[in-house]
Structure formats: structure tokens, C-alpha cells
Design a protein around this ligand. Structure first.
Ligand SMILES: Cc1cc2nc3c(=O)[nH]c(=O)nc-3n(C[C@H](O)[C@H](O)[C@H](O)COP(=O)(O)OP(=O)(O)OC[C@H]3O[C@@H](n4cnc5c(N)ncnc54)[C@H](O)[C@@H]3O)c2cc1C
Length: 408
């Protein structure tokens, strides 16, 4: 088996690296790696994302008919990897919304949403979790009642979502609702693509551990804010329904699976190994004795090997997606391995660096503005969001190993 990239792909990698070198000045880098800027928000980040979109780099694998390049998922992976490694910039493929529209949308929906998403005129947040259900998503209570007929046919949405990351900046919410009031569990659910400026939607911040003090530039997965979102008699046209009414479970799971894989998803965890290795090689006087310590070298080599496994798992998922096949257990396996690797890495870094590594941004004597301490705080939550590792293990046991459902 040959894992190497083609000559054209390597040439593209060089082109992306030289774009990064040209455009990511220190000022821009500091801006991009803070808060939501790595997703294109902020005065310095927005023009860079426009240039990335002009080159088509955020939609290499999406069909030409909807503004993409019609290229391969592996090429998209390569470009995503370069941008995330350089500045935690998330481009292409990521997010539940657009891949799910491509997978389950009508022709009109694909024509409307995909080109706009490429140019960042549409940004989705994901409205799945509710106060009483996250892991157990089949317990969704947020209601959408169908009213009216013909042109005026619409849903009225009432309920609450929680942990809705990016709701404060998104243009649309990818919303899981119960359309059949008599239904139970996985049946009777639907997905609605709801514009966030629809009357009746209220967004309230839900601050995370990363909020105060904020994580420094380069903190991976350090969202300082997520949200609660309330829906009070929100009127949504029926044309916002994605997939069939009542088929929301399948549509949402397909979207989640596509969102669990990708270069930036694995690098969230693996970038931490790269950071500590780079620091050990730096001219910080504290690094010199550590880098020649046998136990430290042993540990970072072990972590590096684990990181390569994350990368290979991601590439396997990319090729499955590229062949147009559905994941069975592979996305779940990646969702267990990469976040748990991130936890192991941050713990190991704590042991290598000692108490300095536990000082947050703003504390005197911290290392790299508290980077490692903030990463330690954020490592654990990545084992919960987007499907917890316990639930992922259950999927692997059932779909990968063919074991029966566990007894309650
Ligand atoms: C920072 C952050 C951002 C998030 N962003 C979003 C977002 O944008 N949109 C969105 O919809 N949601 C989001 N979430 C929510 C996330 O998906 C849920 O937190 C997650 O699904 C877990 O649900 P819960 O919080 O209700 O925990 P619970 O379901 O109460 O689970 C708590 C623990 O119990 C374990 N557990 C529960 N049931 C079982 C079982 N049957 N077997 C074994 N173990 C079990 C879980 O694995 C977990 O460890 C986010 C969460 C976080 C922390």
C-alpha cells in the first residue's frame, strides 16, 4: 500500500505553504489563532478567507455544480492539514451543515446553500443537544408543528437547545426537532435549516472553562463560549426541511459522521504533540535539560507514534468518503482515538514540564502564555462533544465487532 501523495498534490501543498508564508504575518497569525478568527471572523481573518475561497481551497472535494472543485477528499485533507497546522485555521469540509445538505438536500437546497457556504455567506451551527439530552439524542423534545397549506405551509418551532457552539456568529441553525408529537425516540424527528435572524430565536452565552482567563493563540479546541438557544413560536417555511419529514435521525447521524472526521479534527489533538516537540527543540533554557532526558524522549516518541495512528485513521475515513461509502464504525473509532490521545498528550506534557505547565494565561512563570494548561482544560471536553467516547465505543462494539446491543 502506498500512502504517499501524488506529484500534483505535493505541488499543491507547496503552493498552500507559500500562500501561508506570504499572508500569515505575525500580526495576522496572532489574530487568526484567537477566538473565532480561525473560522474567518475578524478584520484580518475575513480577507484571508475570501482569498482562500477564491482559490477554491475550502471546497476542493465538493461538486463543481455547486461551486466546488470536484476534486478528491484526500486533496482537500492535505490543504486542510496545512492551514490548521499553521494557524488553527479551519477550512473545507468541516461542520455538519453543508456536507449534510450535499448528502440529503434537494437540488434547490444544494444550489442555494453550498455556494453561499463556500463564500461564508452561510455559516451553520448545530442544534442537536437539549438540556435533558445530549448523548441520548433520541430524547429530543424541541417541537415543530406543521401549519398552513400550499404557499403558506410552515412549521412553528418551540423548545430549547444547549451547547450550540457558534450560534452567536452563525447565519443558520441545523436544527433537530420532533415533528411527530406522537412519536418516540428515533422516529418522528426532522432536520430544519433555520435562519438565525428568524423572529422568536434568542441566543444566550454559555461560557466554558476557557473563558476567564482566555486561552492564548494556538490553544486547540479552546472554545471560550458556547450557547443556549431558545425557540418561541419560530415560524419556518417548509422549504427549510432537509430530507424527508420524520427521517431526521438518519439525516442527522449522516451529518454527524461526516463532521467527526477531517484533518482539523485529528490535528486538534495531535497539534499538541507537535507543540511540545517544537518547544523541546526551542532555545528556552528550561527545554535543554529536558530534551536530552531519556524518559522525556521516550514519552514524546510514543506520543508521536500515536499521533501517526490518528492521521492514518483520518485518511482511511477520507478514502471511505471519497468512494461514496458510508461509515460503519470508522468515524467512531477515530472519535475515540484522537480525543483520548489529546488527553494522554496533555497529561504527559504536564508530567514533563511540571508545575509551570499548569499555570494559565496571565500567571507569572507560565509557559507559552499558559498554552499547555489551557489545552489540558479543553482536552477532556473533546472526549464528550460530538458523541462521547463511551457511546462511540458502543458503536464500534456493535457495528465494527458485531456484538449485540448492551443490556440496560
Ligand atoms: C464545548 C462543547 C461544545 C458543544 N457543541 C455542541 C454543538 O455545537 N451542538 C450540539 O448540539 N451539541 C454540542 N455539544 C453537546 C455535546 O454533544 C454533548 O455534551 C454530548 O453529546 C454529551 O451529552 P450531555 O452533555 O447531555 O452528557 P450526558 O449525555 O449526560 O453524558 C454524560 C456522560 O455519561 C456518559 N453516558 C451517557 N449515556 C451513556 C451510555 N448509554 N453508555 C455509556 N456512557 C454513557 C457519556 O459518555 C458522558 O461521558 C457541545 C458540548 C461541549 C462540551
Amino acid at each position: 500500500m502506498d500512502f504517499s501523495f501524488s506529484e500534483e498534490e505535493e505541488a499543491l501543498r507547496l503552493e498552500v505553504q507559500s500562500f501561508i508564508q506570504e499572508h500569515f504575518t505575525e500580526e495576522v497569525l496572532a489574530d487568526l489563532t484567537t477566538g473565532k478568527r480561525g473560522r474567518g471572523f475578524g478584520p484580518r481573518a475575513a480577507p484571508i478567507f475570501r482569498k482562500i475561497a477564491e482559490r477554491g481551497w475550502n471546497a476542493i472535494a465538493w461538486p463543481k455544480a455547486y461551486g466546488g472543485q470536484g476534486g478528491s477528499r484526500i486533496t482537500q485533507f492535505l490543504v486542510e492539514e496545512e492551514f490548521y497546522r499553521a494557524a488553527q485555521v479551519v477550512i473545507g469540509g468541516g461542520g455538519t451543515g453543508t456536507p449534510a445538505v450535499l448528502a440529503s438536500g434537494t437540488e434547490a437546497q444544494k444550489q442555494y446553500y453550498v455556494p453561499r457556504a463556500i463564500h461564508r455567506e452561510i455559516i451553520f451551527c448545530q442544534g442537536y443537544s437539549e438540556p435533558h439530552c445530549g448523548t441520548d439524542l433520541a430524547g429530543v423534545r424541541c417541537r415543530a408543528t406543521r401549519n398552513g397549506t400550499g404557499e403558506d405551509s410552515h412549521y412553528v418551532v418551540n423548545g430549547q437547545k444547549i451547547y450550540t457552539t457558534n450560534a452567536q456568529v452563525a447565519t443558520h441553525v441545523f436544527l433537530l426537532v420532533r415533528t411527530d408529537p406522537e412519536s418516540k425516540r428515533h422516529a418522528g424527528l426532522s432536520i430544519l435549516l433555520v435562519p438565525m435572524d428568524t423572529p422568536g430565536i434568542t441566543v444566550r452565552p454559555l461560557l466554558t472553562l476557557q473563558n476567564n482567563p482566555g486561552g492564548p493563540a494556538g490553544t486547540t479546541y479552546g472554545e471560550e463560549r458556547t450557547n443556549e438557544v431558545f425557540f418561541d413560536d419560530v415560524k419556518v417555511p417548509v422549504s427549510c426541511l432537509l430530507g424527508e419529514e420524520g427521517d431526521g435521525w438518519a439525516v442527522s447521524q449522516r451529518g454527524l459522521n461526516l463532521d467527526r472526521v477531517g484533518a482539523w479534527r485529528y490535528l486538534i489533538s495531535v497539534k499538541r504533540d507537535e507543540d511540545i516537540v517544537n518547544w523541546l527543540k526551542s532555545d528556552d533554557v528550561r527545554a535543554a535539560p529536558l530534551r536530552s532526558d531519556a524518559s522525556v524522549r521516550d514519552k514524546v516518541a510514543e506520543l508521536w507514534i500515536e499521533g501517526q495512528v490518528c492521521r492514518l485513521m483520518t485518511m482511511r475515513s477520507m478514502t471511505i468518503e471519497q468512494r461514496g461509502q458510508a461509515f460503519s464504525y470508522e468515524g467512531a473509532a477515530e472519535k475515540v482515538w484522537a480525543p483520548e490521545h489529546g488527553v494522554r498528550t496533555t497529561e504527559a506534557i504536564g508530567q514533563i514540564l511540571g508545575p509551570h505547565a499548569q499555570l494559565l494565561n496571565g500567571s507569572p512563570d507560565n509557559l507559552q502564555e499558559g498554552l499547555y494548561a489551557h489545552n489540558l482544560l479543553s482536552a477532556f471536553q473533546s472526549t464528550v462533544n460530538h458523541g462521547s467516547v463511551q457511546v462511540m465505543r458502543d458503536q464500534i462494539a456493535r457495528k465494527g465487532l458485531g456484538l449485540p446491543k448492551s443490556r440496560k
